[in-house]
Ligand binder design. Structure first.
Ligand code: 57M
Length: 357
């Protein structure tokens, strides 16, 4: 909105020319998101507590979590507001990519909201069925992928480390994009099981994709780096900036010992947003590296379920893998901070793919 209102006035007030720059708008989207989180955070936590919107803890889980019963949840609503409002304020709203990313983010947020709401209402940890959740996730991702496909976005794949390997997917781009969006969303959801465990790597991944979106959207830079250029993708740096700001603001309250959990409204939305940005910037494989913590968490569940079903024994003491370390006796903050450190290393490796090709 600000971009559309203020940039045209640069002919009269030269200083307003600065609104043209993605870098400027990204920085202010990040700061706006942070401010929204800091201003609304304490109010939201008080409101959630007074409405008794608290977490129900599974009794089969690690005992160390029992004391978390009743911690306000659905803090993801704050994350959503702190992503959507700054994006609407600072991004170019004629850009299709911005709207597609918002569609998935808000759409997944609504699915998560419904799930959290039912859990709180029924005072159980069941929520909506996995099948229903998956149906809506796939449907929203499908609409998003179709919009991208029809916009004429390149349907070839970029493979890290191999600049000349660009398999053409054609219409298969649509199911592939759906897989990335739905997969990312569920992987972040599985990771969200310790204070700050999901939001830390999310901030790091969104920061990395902020840079990637900027580079991919800049014809000169992408030409120099020999990466697929996607005209208009630079605006996603603003969305990523908002995710970083919203994430940092949320972490302020979610850091150990957490005053609030994000709930599915946050985890599904954040994962969906990251998946969509990866699809648009054509960095889906780099997402597997940068979001390696989320991938590891999801793979630990798959490995555990497969092993238990076919071999009759567990690989981990409990999946997702963060529970394994908890049951081994690692203190919660140690697991969290170590996962953050791994995330930073993975982000650096992900960025190195820009040069190693
Ligand atoms: C949601 N939710 C947390 C909070 C958060 C297939 C199976 C592996 C699925 C998996 C599952 O349901 N995962 C998705 C994980 C829950 O957090 C809430 O959920 C939101 C995110 N969706 O925002 O609202 C609990 O996590 C803790 N928490 C924190 N701090 C935070 O900032 O401490 C969350 C955020 C909260 C709180 O305790 O209540 C969760 O873990 O439930 N299921 C599992 O993860 C279960 N694993 C399992 O059954 N493993 C089996 C098989 C199936 C692989 C095995 O290993 O044999 C475990 N989850 C729990 N207890 N809590 C089982 C035991």
């Amino acid at each position: 909105m600000l971009y559309h209102l203020l940039y045209p006035l640069h002919t009269e007030y030269a200083a307003l020319y600065v609104f043209r720059y993605i870098t400027f708008r990204t920085i202010y989207a990040t700061i706006t998101a942070l401010l929204i989180s800091f201003i609304l955070g304490p109010w939201l936590i008080r409101t959630l507590s007074s409405l008794q919107i608290g977490q129900t803890i599974r009794k089969v889980g690690p005992e160390s979590h029992f004391h978390k019963e009743g911690t306000p949840t659905m803090g993801g609503a704050l994350i959503l507001a702190a992503i959507v409002l700054p994006t609407l304020m600072w991004a170019d709203l004629t850009n299709l990519f911005v709207w597609v990313t918002l569609l998935v983010t808000v759409g997944y947020g609504v699915i998560g909201f419904r799930d959290d709401f039912l859990k709180v209402k029924q005072r159980s940890s069941d929520g909506i069925s996995a099948r229903t959740k998956m149906f809506w996730q796939v449907l929203i991702a499908f609409i998003a992928a179709l919009l991208l496909y029809q916009s004429g976005i390149s349907t070839s794949l970029s493979v890290p480390f191999f600049k000349s390997v660009n398999p053409e997917l054609g219409w298969m781009y649509v199911p592939f994009a759906v897989l990335v969006m739905v997969g990312a969303s569920n992987a972040v959801n599985l990771t969200d099981g310790l204070d700050g465990l999901a939001i830390g790597p999310m901030i790091i991944a969104a920061g990395t994709f902020l840079l990637l979106a900027y580079l991919v959207g800049n014809a000169k830079m992408s030409g120099y780096l020999q990466i697929t250029s996607v005209q208009g993708a630079g605006e996603l740096a603003i969305v990523c900036g908002a995710i970083v700001g919203a994430g940092l603001g949320f972490l302020w309250f979610n850091t150990y010992p957490a005053q609030v959990f994000m709930g599915d409204v946050g985890s599904l939305a954040l994962g969906g947003a990251l998946g969509t940005v990866a699809v648009i910037t054509k960095q889906e494989f780099v997402l597997v590296i940068v979001g390696g913590i989320f991938v590891m968490e999801a793979l630990s569940v798959i490995a555990q379920v497969v092993s238990f079903r076919f071999l009759g024994r567990r690989i981990f003491r409990m999946a997702p893998i963060h529970h394994h370390f908890e049951l081994k006796g690692w203190p919660e903050p140690k697991i969290i901070v170590r996962f953050w450190i791994i995330s930073i290393i993975l982000a650096l490796i992900g960025l190195s793919t820009l040069k190693l090709r």
